[in-house]
Design a protein around this ligand. Structure first.
Ligand code: ADP
Ligand code: MG
Length: 244
């Protein structure tokens, strides 16, 4: 898998939210997009997943130009995502939510849908819930879960669809350090299995603990790119962003 973004630009009226952003992300890599509020991180994400049409630039997925494809078409090609505010169906139980996601991966299983299990193989569902430490919460309504658990349900459902690229906009916002590390450790395991991960993040312990590569965005432009350690020592980054 290879995601290649070149010359990406997007303005909102006079605001140049993203200007000439480019990078390459390969399967197995975790790339962190960092930068101050308003730097253009979410706009980049929305252009990549298809919610926004860029003014200029190209998004290629395994050599295929997807710049004009819909969100759904990109998702079918293997582009998955989670949201800054976890998006889950509040009225479903944790088990139902994850079962639906597992079933949605393979449309054929819908022929076997019989109520409770929603078509997912029970053993697979059990294993998948355990993997995200959700086994004990299977019967709870998503709408009643505390935020870190809700975030795990969202991630479990997104990964159940077996994406090849996963976009996560501030996956650990508002979490404790322990919850952040727990969530990102699961993502890292998926990356070890070949998933390409692009995420925005404000917590530097997550950036430096999990990213293979960091892209620093300031006022819509990439001001630095490289390994986390090199980025932390970059004088331009320290001046513009880390405030050190
Ligand atoms: P970040 O995610 O890095 O905080 P955003 O991509 O959300 O940054 O925003 C980048 C800039 O674009 C900001 O100046 C923001 O106000 C502006 N912006 C983002 N989305 C819109 C929109 N839908 N309409 C107008 N301006 C927007
Ligand atoms: Mg944002």
């Amino acid at each position: 898998m290879k995601l290649v973004v070149t010359g990406l630009s997007k303005s909102f009226g006079a605001v140049r939210a993203v200007e000439d952003v480019g990078f390459t992300l390969e399967g197995g890599q975790m790339l962190a997009l960092i930068g101050p509020n308003g730097a253009g991180k979410s706009t980049c994400f929305q252009c990549i997943n298809g919610q926004l049409q860029p003014d200029a630039g190209r998004i290629a997925f395994d050599g295929r130009d997807v710049t004009r494809l819909s969100v759904a078409a990109r998702a079918r090609l293997g582009l998955g995502r989670t949201f800054q505010i976890a998006q889950v169906a509040a009225s479903l139980s944790v088990g139902q939510h994850v079962a639906l996601a597992l079933a949605a991966r393979d449309p054929g299983v819908w022929h076997g849908v019989r109520g409770r299990g929603a078509g997912a193989d029970p053993a697979e569902l059990h294993a998948w819930l355990e993997r995200f430490d959700l086994g004990a919460l299977a019967g709870r309504l998503c709408g009643e879960l505390p935020y870190p658990e809700l975030k795990r349900v969202e991630l479990a459902s997104a990964l159940a669809l077996k994406p090849r690229v996963l976009l996560m906009d501030e996956p650990t916002a508002g979490m404790t350090r322990a919850d952040r590390r727990g969530l990102m450790a699961i993502v890292k395991q998926e990356a070890a299995g070949g998933l390409a991960v692009l995420f925005t993040e404000h917590s530097m312990d997550v950036v430096f603990g999990f990213a293979d590569k960091v892209l620093v965005l300031v006022r819509g432009r990439v001001i630095a790119e490289g390994a986390p350690r090199r980025i932390a020592e970059d004088p331009a980054v320290r001046a513009a962003y880390l405030g050190m």
